[in-house]
Design a protein around this ligand. Structure first.
Ligand SMILES: Nc1ncnc2c1ncn2[C@@H]1O[C@H](COP(=O)(O)OP(=O)(O)OP(=O)(O)O)[C@@H](O)[C@H]1O
Ligand SMILES: [Mg+2]
Length: 244
């Protein structure tokens, strides 16, 4: 149930034979998987594996070259506001913290009288109430990332896609971002994220998609993936070896 007490039906994600080609290279290579939802999904893989590309295709920012992707039978653009994405590098407006949230509510047509309570709730959840009137671009890296998650969540998406949400953050800031991710999950928002941080993946993942060179090598329950992965590539990745 979400914060309004409504049931939120799970939107399964179905991907079949999905490929993405750019610059003459096959960057995503015939991916096939189905995510049922109700669990936190972490996409892992070495640099350049295609993790960020896959998230962007799932969100609809990039069109796949071939194959199909559907959210409960809908294309990403039909899914629209049910999907929200948080990028590795946050882009905040040159306005106050609360104006950044207000702007999103405004362009999405949320009624003016409803906006201020939505802003207050979002800032409270992000632990940013005391900074509401500060210029957003003066926030610390961790605060900026919390604001960008709050901004993504304020439209109550059913799915939150996060690309390396804690890269460059120290352990305290990372813990605060992870708490927001858990809170989103707890109120029924589906989490799909990438990370470089294997310890973070162990903390957050219920299931793992392991990509290598644009191919999906594993789609495995997290406990199994970390204890006994099926592929030698994943084993070596978990040992911290550089994969070719
Ligand atoms: N528009 C593009 N044109 C050509 N190549 C691209 C394009 N976008 C991404 N790539 C390449 O696709 C590959 C996958 O990129 P992607 O950003 O998805 O990797 P990643 O798994 O997220 O890596 P990292 O762990 O470094 O974030 C990389 O080799 C990248 O250089
Ligand atoms: Mg990436």
């Amino acid at each position: 149930m979400d914060e309004r007490g409504e049931q939120r039906p799970v939107m399964p994600l179905e991907v079949s034979d999905l490929s993405y080609v750019a610059g003459g290279k096959i960057l995503l290579n015939k991916l096939n998987f189905r995510l049922e939802g109700g669990v936190r999904t972490v996409i892992l893989g070495p640099n350049g594996a295609g993790k960020s590309l896959l998230l962007r295709v799932c969100h609809g920012l990039l069109q796949p070259g071939s194959g199909n992707l559907s959210w409960a039978g809908r294309t990403p653009s039909q899914a629209g506001r049910d999907l929200a994405m948080v990028f590795q590098r946050t882009v905040l407006l040159r306005r106050t913290v609360s104006d950044n949230i207000a702007h999103t509510l405004g362009i999405m047509g949320v009624a003016r009288q409803e906006r201020s309570s939505r802003i207050d709730t979002a800032l409270k959840e992000a632990g940013l109430s005391d900074l509401a009137d500060h210029p957003a671009r003066t926030l610390s890296g961790g605060e900026q990332q919390r604001l960008s998650i709050a901004r993504a969540r304020v439209l109550r998406p059913r799915v939150l896609l996060l690309d390396e949400p804690t890269s460059n953050l120290d352990p305290g800031a990372t813990a605060a971002v992870e708490a927001m991710i858990r809170a989103a999950d707890a109120d029924g928002t589906r989490i799909i994220m990438t990370t470089h941080d294997i310890l973070q993946a162990r903390r957050l993942a219920d299931e793992v998609l392991f990509l290598h060179k644009g191919r999906l090598l594993e789609h495995t329950v997290a406990s199994k993936f970390f204890a006994d992965p099926d592929t030698s590539e994943a084993r070596r990745f978990l040992l911290g070896e550089l994969l070719e």
